[in-house]
Write a protein that binds this ligand. Structure first.
Ligand code: SF4
Ligand code: SF4
Length: 134
């Protein structure tokens, strides 16, 4: 469901856009959808939305982006950031989306949800729970 967008000066703003910009420190409207970030993302094959699509949904204030898997798959490797001709750091945008989801109090990963065969090395578990739990 899209947030209400309103015109402020010459740019559209909305609650989701404002929150993501505040948390990420990035100017979302600098992105002009060239797709270089998506082309260079090593994890794009495992994402349900490409990084550039995540950014576009946030630009539009579309809250469906909060239920996408892509921000959780993002490894914050910064390959997108170094390729972006507009200097947008999508890793920070992905982090902001994760934070907004986690602040609703819902963990993205629960220890009880892990099957025995999915048990990971301890350091991987600690990293995963730091990233995916409130
Ligand atoms: S590389 Fe930068 S400008 Fe191009 S789509 Fe990605 S974020 Fe937008
Ligand atoms: S920081 Fe995230 S979105 Fe960017 S290239 Fe790496 S995995 Fe992909």
């Amino acid at each position: 469901m899209a947030h209400e967008l309103r015109l402020t000066g010459e740019r559209l703003t909305g609650e989701l856009v404002a929150k993501v910009e505040e948390l990420s420190g990035e100017n979302l409207y600098a992105c002009f959808q060239c797709g270089k970030c998506s082309a260079g993302c090593l994890f794009a094959d495992h994402m349900d939305l490409l990084p550039s699509q995540v950014l576009r949904l946030v630009q539009l204030g579309d809250e469906d982006v909060l239920s996408a898997q892509a921000p959780w798959v993002c490894a914050s490797c910064l390959a997108c950031a170094v390729r972006c001709p507009k200097g947008v750091d999508i890793a920070k945008v992905m982090e902001a989306i994760r934070l907004i989801s986690l602040r609703k109090g819902e963990p993205h990963l629960s220890p009880r949800a892990l099957a025995k065969e999915e048990r990971l090395p301890q350091i991987a578990l600690v990293g995963a729970f730091r990233k995916m739990t409130p």
